[in-house]
Design a protein around this ligand. Structure first.
Ligand code: AHM
Ligand code: MG
Length: 358
């Protein structure tokens, strides 16, 4: 063998595709049938197709895709409905799912009886942050996977109404400067960047751990005057001061696209807040489609997620479109935010005492 060939074999890392990774992870689960792996792979394929469509979104005006019919005379739909239809079709036909729920659909969707049904339930937000498409900001697809409690043929809406603590896998695909697929099935959080030239998601971030302490806070501060809890306002004021636990003001970063805000905070350390407010006393974000899947990912990476009072994983959905206040990100910051919201100071003392002493 020539020395040239030998040096080509040395150095560098193994290139791991999403598919390889899913199969390798399956080998670590004794008795795994491959059903879960097949389901994840199907979501990966849907993510690639949605990515392709999102990449063309800027051409909408030029190609005339905003109407019902494009220049080729083909019927077209808005991107979030396109993503919903695609995911629904892919999930229904992958053979591993018995029922699903989507942020874009009011009711539970059972896989038709003429298709093969599996034991998994999938909840998804097909295109989160879709109001940002027109300004070319990052958007994403969020998904959470649960198991049905019944026989696949008897799965009903009740099977979807499970708390985050019962999730068996979750993830998201972010359509940003790159398309990245992030998932966890309880063995860490891993991210795969799409190489569009070969059409493969390649492992780019192995076993992501989020910092315990944030550098960034993300919230729609324009809503602060109508947040229901004075503690939430006090918390943000505290973050902007030099007297906070970090000893310097946090940076504010808010895209208004949950997946994008979450992804940045996951990698760099950050806290995202969407507190209850007077217009939305129950919160804005949906438990099954947004909060519970991202809480699962965040906890797997060492972070935390809370309503301000309760861990997101413990909230039992009362209906498909159940909404919750969401505080998610670096663990120490989420715990501190909870203390403020519950009327305690950052050190755990009641707010009234702190005010009296100041
Ligand atoms: P969507 O699922 O309809 O896109 O709405 C959810 C989005 C999140 O991505 C984002 O965090 C939030 O709504 C932004 O809300 P606001 O514009 O009120 O700040
Ligand atoms: Mg959404």
């Amino acid at each position: 063998m020539s020395s040239q060939t030998l040096s080509a074999m040395e150095g560098g890392e193994r290139i791991v595709t999403l598919e390889n990774h899913i199969i390798d992870s399956q080998k670590e689960v004794p008795g795994a049938s491959g059903a879960f792996s097949a389901l994840l792979s199907s979501i990966g394929i849907a993510g690639k197709i949605i990515s392709r469509e999102v990449r063309r979104a800027g051409l909408i005006d030029i190609l005339g895709l905003t109407g019902d019919t494009n220049v080729q005379g083909e019927r077209v739909t808005k991107l979030d409905i396109y993503a919903h239809n695609l995911l629904t079709r892919v999930m229904a036909r992958c053979g591993q799912v018995c029922g699903m729920a989507s942020e874009e659909h009011p009711s539970f969707l059972q896989v038709p009886s003429d298709l093969e049904r599996g034991r998994y339930i999938v909840c998804f937000d097909p295109l989160d942050g879709s109001s940002n498409i027109d300004v070319n900001a990052a958007i994403g697809t969020i998904f959470g996977i649960w198991k049905t409690r019944h026989h696949p043929d008897e799965c009903t809406e009740e099977d979807v109404l499970q708390p985050g603590s019962e999730i068996v896998g979750a993830g998201y695909v972010i359509y940003g400067s790159s398309t990245i697929f992030v998932y966890s099935s309880g063995r860490g959080v891993h991210a795969f960047t799409l190489d569009p030239s070969i059409g493969e998601f390649l492992l780019s971030h192995r076993d992501i751990k989020t910092p315990d302490r944030a550098k960034i806070y993300s919230c729609n501060e324009g809503n602060a005057y109508r947040w229901n809890h004075e503690g939430a306002r006090r918390y943000i004021t505290y973050l902007k001061s030099e007297d906070n636990a970090a000893g310097k003001p946090y940076s504010g970063r808010y895209i208004g696209s949950l997946v994008a805000d979450f992804h940045r905070n996951l990698l760099d350390g950050g806290i995202f807040l969407y507190p209850a407010d007077k217009r939305k006393p129950e919160g804005k974000l949906r438990l099954l489609f947004e909060a519970a899947p991202l809480a699962y990912i965040c906890e797997q990476a060492g972070g935390a997620a809370s309503t301000g009072w309760t861990a997101i994983r413990d909230v039992v959905p009362k209906k498909l479109h159940h909404r919750v206040p969401l505080i998610i990100g670096s663990r120490l910051d989420v715990e501190e935010a909870e203390r403020f919201i519950q009327g305690q100071s950052a050190t755990g003392a009641p707010a009234a005492l702190e005010r009296a002493g100041s």
